[in-house]
Design a protein around this ligand. Sequence first.
Ligand SMILES: [Zn+2]
Length: 167
Amino acid sequence: MRCPYCRHPDSRVVDSREADDGQLIRRRRSCPECGKRFTTVEEAVLAVVKRSGVTEPFSRTKITTGVRKACQGRPVDDDDIALLAQKVEETVRAKGAAEVPSHDVGLAILGPLRDLDEVAYLRFASVYRSFESLSDFEREIETLRAAAAARLEGTAHAVVNAETRTK
Ligand SMILES: [Zn+2]
């Protein structure tokens, strides 16, 4: 590894430590030329297999870009999108596989995006699930309504339970 300070082409590892439950290794390195120390991080490359069979390295930026497109004009800020992309990466990496189908990455986006903004979710789902007609949208909206109603009911139950408990 080249020294980032003096560009010397070699460096010496002085310490290695696992981080993130063994997902990555941090190495402390020392430059024999200028004596400065720096840290490198080693992590297995997660490959995404596209439908065509072509693989490409997993990219959080790609997720951010896709989700931002779906969120255009919606009250969603960059922090929300960054957090969502982080969640998606965690979900995908948690499977522990070296390769994931791009389909699974899309699936991992749908859940958190639905929680974030339903309109953005519909836009994303329509592309991802290749909606072909209005009835595809109608079905998805029905599902969203049912989920929202279930959430409301859940909240109502929680309130009732809380009230019963305080009595
Ligand atoms: Zn150096």
